[in-house]
Design a protein around this ligand. Structure first.
Ligand code: ZN
Ligand code: ZN
Ligand code: ZN
Length: 239
């Protein structure tokens, strides 16, 4: 059984959030002789009931997940959480920078909010903490290659435009570099963008749009273009 204290940055102290109208605190000190930590507990005793320690069950250890970074390393793109040590099946959670956590999009489609948050222990080891709810989605088969080679393009590396008929977001322009002088053009086909030039050459090169607002990013297919990138002229495109 445990008591749970929350850290209050302004007061640099941990306070029991379950004790109503009573200030039950804990403060961390370091023993100058041996460098070991100890806590100083307030004289006030808890009036709250201790609860079951669910913390260990909520922790996902570093051996059981993987973080996939974006190419520009600004924010992580995804957390891959394995269902077992054999790493055959996994859940895929997408990073949301506004909330600073990873969200299961499959569960979201099923109207369930499944989130995990990335933390770093004092020894530098990373772990994920389950925030609420268990997955109701089916885990998928883990294919290492899918994730190792998946290229993530951040928001700054692409633009969405109208197609010839004036429908918005049907055309996608992906820059080949930060210089933004050369591009590949994609067209929306169902839920994937396909490179038209490559399709003419009978190759399927796709991009999938993920995330919302500031987190918008592209997942580019592993297949490389066989078409040549074109010169970018903004005047040729309409938002
Ligand atoms: Zn308490
Ligand atoms: Zn899920
Ligand atoms: Zn192409």
């Amino acid at each position: 059984m445990i008591y749970e204290y929350n850290y209050h940055t302004s007061q640099k102290i941990f306070i029991c959030s379950n004790c109503k109208n009573r200030r039950v605190t804990a403060k961390i000190h370091v023993d100058e002789k041996n460098g070991e930590k100890f806590i100083e507990i307030s004289k006030n005793e808890h009036i709250c009931e201790p609860k079951k320690d669910e913390f260990p069950a909520r922790v996902i250890n570093h051996s059981n997940f993987m973080i996939v970074d974006r190419e520009d390393k600004t924010n992580p793109a995804k957390a891959i959480v394995f269902t077992s040590n054999e790493k055959e099946l996994c859940y895929e959670l997408s990073y949301s920078s506004s909330q600073n956590l990873f969200e299961c999009m499959q569960c979201k489609k099923l109207k369930k909010c499944v989130n995990v948050k990335l933390y770093t222990k004092e020894n530098g080891e990373k772990y994920l903490l389950k925030l609420k709810n268990d997955h109701i989605c089916e885990p998928k088969k883990y294919d290492l290659q899918n994730f190792e080679k998946a290229k993530i393009a951040p928001k700054s590396m692409f633009e969405l435009y109208q197609n010839r008929k004036g429908a918005a977001n049907k055309k996608l322009v992906v820059f080949t570099s930060e210089k933004k002088d050369l591009i590949y053009e994609y067209y929306l086909d169902r839920n994937l963008y396909c490179c038209l030039e490559c399709r003419r050459l009978r190759k399927c090169v796709t991009a999938k749009l993920n995330g919302e607002n500031e987190d918008k990013h592209l997942e580019l297919s592993k297949t490389e273009h066989i078409c040549k990138p074109k010169k970018y002229n903004q005047k040729n495109f309409k938002k």
